[in-house]
Design a protein around this ligand. Structure first.
Ligand code: AMO
Length: 433
C-alpha cells in the first residue's frame, strides 16, 4: 500500500471508493478511500485542464469507485493529513446508488441485523474493516511461530461419517442417500496425523456446531486454530506451547496495530507474561465463592458456565494481574472421552481470556485399551472404530488444543459479540448473505 507521505510531489495512481464527494462553487473535493486509508482529491473548477474531470465529478455519487492519477501535494489547510491529490485524470469504474441501505459511519443508526444483511457495506466502516487486518496479523504471527517450530499444516475433511465431539450438536447432511455430518472439529484427524508419524501438525479451518444458542460467543460455523503434537510428558507441555503462541500473536499485533487498536477500539493490547496462572476447578470454585459469593449451579458442577468464566477473569486480574488463566481438573463426566485421565481426572484445560473460554486443550489418551474403555463409557461404539484403530499400530503420547479465532478477535478488540466480529456470522437464525 502506498505511504502517501513518502510520495509528496510524485505522480501516483490510486484506486478506491469516493467516500465523500463535495461539489462547491469553485472547487470539488473527493475523499478517496482505499484499504482504510484516505486522501483528499482537489479539483479546481477554474482551471481549463480540469474541465472534463469537473463534469465527471458533477455526476459522481458517494461510494462509487474511481481511479485517480495525479500528484500528491502538501497543503496545511487540508484536514486529512495535510496532503491532497491534484488529479490529471479521474476514471469512474463503478457508480453507487445514491441511497445506501445503511450508514457507513454511524453504526448506531441501523439494527445489527440490517447491518448484517448489508455486511459488504457495513465492513466499509473503519471499526469493522480493520478487524480482519488485525486478525490477519494475529494469525500470521501464530502461523509463523508454528513454521519456525516445524509444525506441518494439514487440511482435514469437513464431511465426516461420525461426530467427533458429541452427537447432539452435529449438522446432518444428505450424502448420496446416506448420512454424513459436518465436522465439529478436526480432532480425530489431527490425532491421525500423529499416528501417521508427523510429530507436530496444525490446521486453521471451519468447525460446525448445531448449537441452537443465541449467545454473544456461539456461532454455528466458526474458525478454529487447531494443533496437535507428539512426545509430550503432560498437558503442561501443551499449555506451554499455547502460551508462546499467544505471546507471538499478541506481540506482533501490538507492534503493528497497537496504536490503531487503542484509537479505534479503545483497547490496550497487553502482551501477557509467561507462565499464565493456572488453577484447578475445585480451587477456583472456592475462590469464586469466597470472593464473590458465587455458587456454581448444580448442573454445571465439574464444568464452567458463562458466569463462572466471567468471574474467573475477574479473579485472575485481581489475584495475578493477568488477562489469561488456565483452568484444569474438570470432571470426567464433562470432558471428551479422548482426554487422558490420571487418577480419574482429565489431563486437560480450558484457557479463559477476558471472561470467555478461548481454548480447550489436553493430553490425549493414546493407549488403545484405555481409549476403548473411555469411549464405551460415553456410549461411543462402532462409528468411531476407524478412530480407535489409529492407536492400534503404534502412536506416541500426544496432545493439542483448539483455539477459536473468532472469539480471540472479539476479545482482543472488545467487540460485543461474534455477530460484530466475524466476516459473515452464522447462527441459528442467520445463514445469509
Ligand atoms: P471445544 O469444543 O472446546 O474443543 O472448542 C475449542 C474452541 O473453539 C471455540 N468454539 C466456538 N467458537 C464460536 N462458536 C462456537 N459455537 C464455538 N464452539 C467452540 C472456542 C473453544 O474454546 N477438539 C477440541 C479441542 C482440542 O481439544 O484440541 C474442541 O473442539 O474458542
Amino acid at each position: 500500500m502506498i505511504d502517501y507521505k513518502k510520495q509528496i510531489n510524485k505522480k501516483v495512481t490510486i484506486s478506491g471508493f469516493a467516500e465523500k464527494v463535495r461539489n462547491l462553487q469553485w472547487v470539488q473535493f473527493i475523499v478517496l478511500r482505499n484499504e482504510g486509508k484516505r486522501i483528499q482529491v482537489t479539483i479546481e473548477k477554474s482551471e481549463e485542464k480540469n474541465r472534463e474531470m469537473t463534469l465527471i465529478v458533477d455526476k459522481l455519487t458517494n461510494e462509487s469507485t474511481i481511479t485517480v492519477t495525479g500528484v500528491i501535494k502538501e497543503n496545511e489547510n487540508v484536514k486529512l493529513g495535510g496532503l491532497e491529490l491534484i488529479p490529471d485524470s479521474i476514471k469512474v469504474t463503478s457508480i453507487s446508488d445514491k441511497e445506501l441501505p445503511i450508514s457507513i459511519t454511524n453504526k448506531g443508526a441501523s439494527q445489527i441485523d440490517t447491518r448484517m444483511d448489508n455486511r459488504f457495506i457495513d465492513l466499509r466502516n473503519d471499526a469493522n474493516f480493520y478487524i480482519f487486518k488485525i486478525q490477519t496479523e494475529f494469525i500470521r504471527a501464530m502461523r509463523q511461530y508454528l513454521y519456525e517450530n516445524d509444525f506441518t499444516e494439514i487440511h482435514t475433511p469437513k464431511l465426516i461419517a461420525a461426530a467427533s465431539e458429541s452427537g447432539s450438536e452435529v449438522f446432518e447432511v444428505d450424502y448420496f442417500k446416506n448420512k454424513a455430518y459436518l465436522a465439529q472439529s478436526p480432532q480425530f484427524y489431527k490425532q491421525m496425523a500423529i499416528a501417521a508419524g508427523y510429530e507436530r501438525v496444525f490446521e486453521v479451518a471451519p468447525c460446525f456446531r448445531a448449537e441452537n444458542s443465541n449467545t454473544n460467543r456461539h456461532a454455528t460455523e466458526f474458525t478454529s486454530f487447531d494443533l496437535e503434537f507428539a512426545n509430550i510428558n503432560s498437558y503442561e507441555d501443551v499449555m506451554a506451547v499455547e502460551e508462546e503462541l499467544l505471546v507471538a500473536g499478541l506481540t506482533a499485533v501490538k507492534e503493528k496495530y497497537g496504536d490503531l487498536i487503542k484509537e479505534i477500539y479503545g483497547v490496550d493490547v497487553v502482551v501477557p507474561t509467561i507462565p499464565f496462572p493456572r488453577i484447578k476447578l475445585q480451587d477456583l470454585y472456592k475462590e469464586l465463592s469466597e470472593r464473590y459469593g458465587y455458587k456454581v449451579p448444580s448442573h454445571d458442577v465439574g464444568d464452567m458456565n458463562a458466569e463462572t468464566e466471567k468471574l474467573t477473569s475477574r479473579f485472575a486480574m485481581e489475584k495475578y494481574g493477568h488477562e489469561f488463566i488456565f483452568v484444569t481438573d474438570f470432571s470426567k463426566t464433562k470432558r471428551a472421552f479422548y482426554h487422558m485421565r490420571k487418577d480419574d481426572v482429565p489431563q486437560g484445560y480450558d484457557l479463559i481470556w477476558k471472561g470467555t473460554e478461548i481454548t480447550t486443550g489436553a493430553q490425549r489418551e493414546h493407549r488403545y485399551d484405555v481409549l476403548e474403555k473411555q469411549a464405551s463409557e460415553k456410549g461411543l461404539g462402532e462409528d468411531i472404530k476407524f478412530y480407535k484403530n489409529f492407536f492400534k499400530y503404534g502412536c506416541p503420547p500426544h496432545g493439542g488444543f483448539g483455539l477459536g479465532i473468532d472469539r480471540l478477535t472479539m476479545l482482543l478488540l472488545n467487540l460485543p459479540s461474534l455477530k460484530e466480529t466475524m466476516f459473515l456470522f452464522r447462527g441459528p437464525n442467520r445463514i445469509t448473505p
